[in-house]
Write a protein that binds this ligand. Structure first.
Ligand SMILES: *[C@@H]1O[C@H](CO)[C@@H](O)[C@H](O)[C@H]1NC(C)=O
Ligand SMILES: *[C@@H]1O[C@H](CO)[C@@H](O)[C@H](O)[C@H]1NC(C)=O
Length: 462
């Protein structure tokens, strides 16, 4: 809330304070206040590039120009950790996989290597830099290295003990997993961990998370799981959903379904109460020529809806009311990443700090006009089928996160109680909240934009 904060400090007396509040509440479009106040989002600061600015500039840029308030590092680079001192941005730092075996301890006391790691990688920087989590390795299970995997939980315990012994009780310990840890995941209710790892690795690991109140960190990537048929499902766009017969839930988004599959696997072992955090997820903005589902618009759709979802209090069907600490992959386009073109285009920003696209994370940008000529609303096409209208309502009011209270019984827009009217309200609420991109009103070609305000009587369209 940079603008409102500045306004309030510029004025002193109680009268002026009230005036300022009035101004803020009445002159600034509501959406920009809530967006600014509510956003909490992390990014992965990968540096597989030869053109990135120095860490101090990166930290200053994130602090001054964006709402990004968490950063995840793939190592414990001292220059990067130091750069975030005094920024208010919290950091997840990572113990390299190669250090895991040495950190492990057989007893409940920290190993000498764990104490040494804390002394050299945490103590010099903390609390000036708000290190909020130490990740022990990255996607260790995916290495299939039995020796490494066997040492993972003992290393997590040992590092946690070393942090406690040093008095760093606020610093959490975890380890990020790829979704390869699941043997089944669709529909979500049948989610389970790979046999062999479930009791031997995940039960003690989840027990550690429960005892230490630390999150189980996963890296869900719908990008690596979509087909032409499931592209809309992966991109948070209207789609017919994936029905889970065990729970009766229609999943309309793959990210949500993947989180619930992880939750189902955890619950199967008796740890459904442990928090889940998202260590990495993202969508590239460029790929091979003609590559389906890879464009700036697609990246915007994924990341903007992701940020809205993890900041909402909706949670998921299996985890209602939960928020998920989330780190988008990635902060920068990294020009030296090997592999397909898309690998070098996951960034929110270019190396010169210009935004690759805007997902509402920049501070101090002029809010979208709230009235006057340019204003548009999204409504259902009159010839849309009843099934399509219902699907649009389900989507917009469900995982789309739109506020649909006005079309419920007793709401100001309940009458006329017709599918067309209810769908129009829901589709517009979604379109306005999603950022008013034309594609937010597509709804499988059943939505249309209009410059005529559809509000009537007490029923006000946003
Ligand atoms: C450090 O970061 C955590 C997580 O974002 C936050 O809850 C905590 O208040 C921060 N601590 C300080 C001293 O800023
Ligand atoms: C889920 O969606 C499918 C496809 O749109 C539909 O056939 C089914 O009735 C829906 N089920 C529920 C419980 O909403």
């Amino acid at each position: 809330m940079a603008a409102a904060g500045g306004l309030l400090t510029a004025l002193a007396s109680p009268t002026k304070l009230l005036l300022a509040l009035f101004l803020v509440l009445h002159l600034v479009p509501f959406s920009s206040i809530t967006a600014a106040a509510a956003i909490s989002i992390g990014v992965n600061y990968g540096a597989y590039a030869n053109n990135l600015p120095p860490p101090a500039q990166v930290a200053a840029f994130l602090k001054d120009r964006t709402f990004i308030d968490r950063v995840k590092l793939f190592d414990a680079n001292p220059d990067m950790i130091r750069a975030f001192a005094g920024t208010g941005i919290s950091l997840m730092i990572t113990v390299p996989n190669g250090d895991i075996a040495s950190l492990a301890s057989r007893s409940s006391a920290p190993s000498p290597a764990a104490s040494a790691w804390v002394a050299s990688h945490v103590a010099p920087f903390y609390p000036a830099t708000n290190i909020s989590l130490v990740a022990v390795g990255n996607e260790v299970l995916a290495t299939a290295d039995r020796n490494l995997i066997a040492h993972l939980v003992p290393a997590m315990r040992s590092l946690y003990a070393a942090l406690s012994a040093a008095g760093f009780h606020q610093i959490r310990v975890s380890t990020p997993h790829s979704l390869g840890i699941l043997s089944t995941s669709e529909p979500p209710s049948i989610g389970r961990f790979r046999r062999g790892y479930d009791r031997a690795i995940f039960a003690p690991m989840l027990d550690f998370h429960r005892r230490t109140r630390t999150p189980f960190v996963v890296n869900p990537y719908p990008y690596f799981g979509y087909t032409a048929r499931t592209l809309n499902y992966a991109l948070f766009r209207p789609n017919s959903g994936v029905f889970d017969p065990a729970t009766g839930v229609n999943y309309t988004n793959m990210f949500v379904a993947q989180l619930d599959a992880v939750h189902a696997a955890m619950r199967r072992l008796g740890y459904g109460d442990v928090e889940i955090a998202v260590g990495e997820t993202g969508w590239p903005s460029a790929g091979e020529p003609g590559q389906l589902g890879v464009s700036v618009e697609d990246a915007i759709s994924y990341n903007m809806n992701l940020i809205r979802l993890v900041n909402s209090v909706n949670g998921t069907p299996m985890m209602p009311d939960r928020r998920f600490e989330t780190y988008v992959f990635a902060l920068f386009n990294e020009n030296l990443k090997p592999g397909p073109t898309a690998e070098r285009h996951f960034g929110l920003f270019n190396a010169d700090f210009s935004a690759v696209y805007d997902v509402g994370l920049m501070r101090g940008q002029a809010p979208a006009p709230a009235g006057g000529s340019g204003r548009r609303w999204c409504v259902a096409k009159a010839d849309a089928s009843a099934a399509a209208l219902q699907a649009n309502i389900d989507y917009a009011c469900g995982s789309g996160g739109a506020n649909c209270r006005p079309i419920q019984d007793g709401g100001a827009c309940f009458y006329p109680n017709t599918p067309l009217s209810h769908a129009s309200y829901a589709m517009n609420a979604y379109y306005q909240a999603a950022g008013r991109h034309d594609f937010d009103c597509d709804f499988g070609h059943t939505g249309v934009l209009t410059s005529t305000d559809p509000s009537r009587g007490n029923c006000k369209y946003q």
